[in-house]
Design a protein around this ligand. Structure first.
Ligand code: AMP
Length: 230
């Protein structure tokens, strides 16, 4: 079963490709941003602390992140046997602690997908999403800040995971179907997915269940737009 970390700057498509991977594999998809936004929407004390960071585009402190996310990741991984982590880890301390956690629980990650696109393309996708979804941190100033935070805090993880031999770098500045074909080939070559496992579902579809499904070879997959979701 895949235990994947999606590593990508804002706007590179980690939400879209994480949902696609969930459909392909049945592994739980956990979006740290969605979990945090749900906590904010609940209006809890914790949510108010979280909002102070997310509204500015700053990272939520590692301690809070572990408190909020660890139970969800462990429960989901136990339920499905795998995971697609969308937006976590995002700092070296998070990565090191997650690795320790994974080793202790036999849930070590076996793939890290690093999605890339030119910076101006990322900005334009996020501004487009702002028009569609109105996310409060998708304003130009906060977008630029989130990209700078990614460069400073998250890019060190690229070499860390490359050194572990589990990193795949993929440009998303091209049709989604091409990105997903490369991703699938790589996962299959590493024995993380069965050959010819591929479904043609729109990226907003809900999974039919927790087991891998589909045996259709290379149909057109999702829409060819480059819209990001997280
Ligand atoms: P995202 O939906 O992945 O773009 O995340 C939205 C916001 O949530 C980020 O800008 C951060 O403020 C916060 N966030 C998400 N994941 C993390 C993380 N792993 N560590 C710290 N902050 C996070």
């Amino acid at each position: 079963m895949v235990r994947v970390i999606m590593l990508s700057p804002p706007g590179a498509g980690k939400g879209t490709h994480s949902r696609w991977l969930r459909l392909q594999t049945g592994a739980a998809h956990i979006s740290s941003g969605d979990v945090l936004r749900a906590e904010v929407a609940r209006g809890s004390d914790l949510g108010r602390q979280v909002a102070a960071y997310t509204e500015r585009g700053d990272l939520v402190p590692d301690e809070l992140i572990f408190r909020i996310l660890a139970p969800a990741v462990v429960a989901a991984a136990r339920d499905t046997g795998g995971y697609v982590l969308d937006g976590f880890p995002r700092t070296m301390p998070q990565a090191l602690r997650a690795a320790q956690f994974g080793a202790d629980l036999a849930l070590t990650s076996n793939a890290v997908i690093y999605l890339t696109a030119p910076e101006e393309e990322l900005v334009s996708r996020l501004l487009d999403r702002a028009r569609r979804e109105g996310r409060s941190d998708d304003t130009l100033g906060v977008i630029r800040h989130r990209l700078a935070v990614f460069a400073r805090e998250t890019t060190p993880l690229i070499d860390y995971y490359r050194g572990r031999g589990i990193l795949l770098e993929l440009s998303t500045d091209r049709p989604e179907a091409d990105v997903q074909a490369d991703l699938l080939d790589w996962l299959q070559a590493r024995g993380l997915m069965p050959p010819a496992a591929r479904r043609s579902e729109p990226d907003h579809a809900e999974p039919a269940g927790d087991t891998p499904v589909g045996n259709r070879d290379r149909p057109a997959t999702t829409s060819l737009s480059n819209k990001p979701s997280t």
